[in-house]
Design a protein around this ligand. Structure first.
Ligand code: 5RP
Length: 248
C-alpha cells in the first residue's frame, strides 16, 4: 500500500506536540487504522509505540473498539493497562493478527535494527507470532543501509565477557565498517532487560549483509537475540514533523 494521509484529517492532531512528537503521533495514529474490531494486537515498546498504545486506548474507551493486547515489555504492559486495553500474555493470545512497533532503523528491504529501548527479544518473539508487523517511524530512521545505529545484542549475564569476546572475533569476518562493542549501562549500573539479561551495543557503522550477521550472532551460545529483524516487517508507516504520513 502506498499513499499519504494527515494525522489531523484522521481526527488525531494534538496541539502542543513538538515536531518530533507530531511525527511519531501521526505514524502511530495511522497504524492504528489497521486495527479491526476483535483483533489480537502486539504492542511494541519505545516512544513511538507509546503514542500507538495511547491512541488504541482512546479508541477502546471512546469508540468501544474491542482489542486484546500483547505487550512487548513491562513498560508497555503498564501503559496499556493504564489506557484500559485488555492485556494478555502471548501464550494466552496464541497468535496475533498484527503487531505495531517502532524501530531504530529500517532499510529499503524493510530489514530493521531494533532494541534501542532494550526490548528487542520480546519484540521479536511477538512480531514473529503475528500475521503482520507494521513499523511506525519518523523519516530519520529511513536508511539506505543499516548500521549507523548501534546494533543491540541481548546476552546472558553468565559469562558475558566471553560472549563479548566471541562476538568481537565473529565481527572480524563480517562486512562492517567498524567493530566497537559496549555494554549498555543504566542509571544504576549495567542495563538489565525484562528477561534479566545484559545488552551489548555493536558499533558497526555499516552492516554489509544483515541476514548473514543476524544468523552468525545467534550461533554464539551466550547470545540470546540480536536486534536485526530480517524479513519480519511488512508495512512501514512514516510520520513527518508536519503531521503528514507516508505508508510503504
Ligand atoms: C525498543 C525498540 C524501539 O521500537 C526503538 O528503539 C524505537 O524507539 P523510539 O520509538 O523511542 O525511537 O526497538 O526496544
Amino acid at each position: 500500500e502506498n499513499g499519504t494521509h494527515t494525522g489531523t484529517e484522521a481526527g488525531t492532531g494534538q496541539p502542543g506536540l513538538s515536531p518530533a512528537d507530531t511525527a511519531k503521533n501521526a505514524a502511530a495514529c495511522r497504524a492504528v487504522d489497521f486495527v479491526e474490531d476483535g483483533m489480537r494486537v502486539g504492542l511494541g515498546t519505545g516512544s513511538t509505540a507509546a503514542f500507538m498504545v495511547r491512541r488504541l486506548g482512546q479508541l477502546v474507551r471512546e469508540a468501544g473498539l474491542r482489542v486484546t493486547g500483547v505487550p512487548t515489555s513491562s513498560r508497555t504492559a503498564a501503559l496499556a493497562r493504564d489506557e484500559g486495553i485488555h492485556v494478555v500474555t502471548l501464550a494466552e493470545a496464541g497468535w496475533l493478527d498484527l503487531t505495531i512497533d517502532g524501530a531504530d532503523e529500517f532499510d529499503p528491504a524493510f530489514n530493521l535494527i531494533k532494541g534501542g529501548g532494550g526490548a528487542h527479544l520480546q519484540e521479536k518473539v511477538v512480531a514473529t507470532a503475528s500475521d503482520r508487523m507494521i513499523v511506525i517511524a519518523d523519516p530519520d530512521k529511513d536508511v539506505a543501509q543499516l548500521g549507523a545505529f548501534p546494533l543491540p545484542v541481548e546476552v546472558l549475564q553468565f559469562g558475558w565477557e566471553v560472549t563479548q569476546r566471541l562476538i568481537a572475533e565473529l565481527l572480524e569476518g563480517q562486512d562492517v565498517a567498524s567493530r566497537g562493542i559496549t555494554r549498555r549501562m543504566g542509571a544504576e549500573g549495567p542495563f538489565v532487560t525484562d528477561e534479566g539479561n545484559f545488552i551489548l551495543d555493536l558499533h558497526l557503522g555499516r552492516i554489509g549483509n544483515p541476514p548473514a550477521l543476524a544468523l552468525a550472532l545467534n550461533q554464539i551460545a551466550g547470545v540470546v537475540e540480536n536486534g536485526l529483524f530480517i524479513d519480519i516487517c511488512d508495512v512501514v508507516v512514516i510520520g513527518h514533523p508536519d503531521g503528514h504520513v507516508t505508508v510503504r
